[in-house]
Design a protein around this ligand. Structure first.
Ligand SMILES: *Cc1c(COP(=O)(O)O)cnc(C)c1O
Length: 395
């Protein structure tokens, strides 16, 4: 995830443009801003890249998920199927919408599986909130077919997998709505920021109004704009949009480098028959922010991840991570919140006793190694050699 590796004059220039007009707000002030519209420009490029009609930048990827749910009419008591392996924001967004998270199993795609989803469907299932984890896509065709056949809305949380694709079609463009994150740890960054994309005109009306207190963004007199619905403030600032715009224009270089680097490392790991790899349906479409692989059992994975850390080639062992896997989400299982959550008023799974054996098995054996863009040739060779030795000496 290299966005932060690549700050340079390009980002500085875009930010400077905004500083010179002093208009840090993304809407209005038409005369004073002297033609500088960074959020608009980034939205246009984002939509064109994905081949969709609409894109809205917002304040974070978490906001992006919340906006997606609103756009799809998800509200109090609606059941939304979610994965137990994701960044916690996905689940929080469902809870904040007043909806009911329903956990289903993932598989070796590292994402929700058709099988897993089928097991938890009820007549109240309204949507599947699919998360494409660690740079690559879920079984998007299978899951889309299932959703279509059951009349369930498919929403894609693409925070970790922007630019990944299946047969040339980008993640985030299969569902009704897709969202991205540009926080500091994603493939490109605004510092903080996110986006929502869709092809649906009606949904886009909700997206841009709901993310800005209902403002319909017509005219240049904010106080007199119409407000078709309520909403909240999920706006991005021009400064953040400016950084993201410069970053987004580096995406071809980022992808090409990551894919080359991932292949080099994967070829090294392939020499060890005990190692298996994340399941892809179209590996050419992997954005390659991570090289994710499985060890034969949890014990070996834990041991190897510790040795990797000691050798300075640390990988993420998600099984013990407090934010990415349900095992350590005690606060969620207890529904701990300062005020009463709507979910407590509805029938929901017993979050302490979920049947997620497959997910636990998969995540307990999984390690994800972050692929970087800024490695020099020499650093790169060293990392490859170190990884080789870790496996050679410990498998
Ligand atoms: C990062 C992330 C988010 C939240 O993005 P922020 O910009 O940090 O709010 C949501 N979902 C997933 C899967 C993420 O990885």
């Amino acid at each position: 995830m290299p966005g932060f590796e690549l700050f340079g004059n390009e980002e500085r220039k875009e930010v400077q443009d905004v500083m010179e007009t002093g208009i840090l707000f993304r809407y209005n002030h038409d005369a004073e801003r002297k033609g500088i519209w960074k959020a608009r420009e980034f939205e246009k490029e984002l939509a064109a890249y994905h081949g969709v009609k609409h894109a809205l930048l917002c304040s974070s990827g978490s906001a992006g998920v919340a906006i997606s749910l609103a756009a799809c009419g998800i509200g109090v008591g609606d059941e939304v199927i979610v994965p137990p392996f994701t960044f916690l924001a996905t689940i929080e967004a469902v809870l904040m919408a007043g909806a009911v998270p329903v956990f289903a199993d993932i598989d070796e795609t590292m994402c929700l599986s058709v099988n897993g989803i089928q097991k938890v469907l009820t007549p109240n299932t309204k949507a599947v909130l699919l998360v494409h984890m660690c740079g690559a896509m879920a079984d998007i065709i299978g899951i889309k077919e299932l959703c279509d056949s059951k009349n369930i809305i498919l929403i894609e949380d693409t925070a970790q997998a922007m630019t990944s694709s299946y047969k040339g079609k980008y993640a985030g463009t299969f569902g009704a709505v897709g969202s991205f994150s540009f926080d500091f740890f994603k493939i490109i960054t605004c510092g903080e920021g996110g986006a929502v994309i869709t092809n649906d005109d009606k949904k886009f009306e909700i997206i841009h109004t709901w993310a800005d207190h209902g403002h319909n963004h017509v005219g240049d007199n904010r106080g007199m704009e119409d407000h078709p619905n309520l909403g909240f403030n999920y706006r991005i600032s021009e400064l953040h949009a400016a950084v993201g715009l410069a970053q987004f224009r580096k995406i071809d270089h980022i992808l090409e480098t990551q894919r080359k680097n991932k292949k080099y490392l994967k070829d090294i790991l392939k020499q060890f028959p005990q190692i298996t790899f994340r399941k892809h349906f179209d590996e050419a479409g992997d954005s390659a922010t991570f090289l994710s692989f499985f060890l034969p059992d949890a014990e070996t994975a834990f041991k190897i991840s510790n040795v990797m850390a000691k050798e300075g080639v640390g990988g993420a062992y998600w099984y013990n991570n407090n934010y990415h896997f349900i095992k350590n989400w005690g606060h969620l299982k207890d529904l701990k919140s300062p005020g009463k959550l709507p979910v407590t008023m509805f029938k929901h799974q017993d979050y302490h006793n979920l049947d997620l054996k497959t997910s636990y098995d998969v995540v307990s054996r999984l390690i994800s190694f972050q692929v970087k863009v800024g490695w020099t040739e020499q650093q790169f060779k060293e990392i490859g050699d170190k990884l080789y030795n870790v496996f050679k000496n410990n498998l």
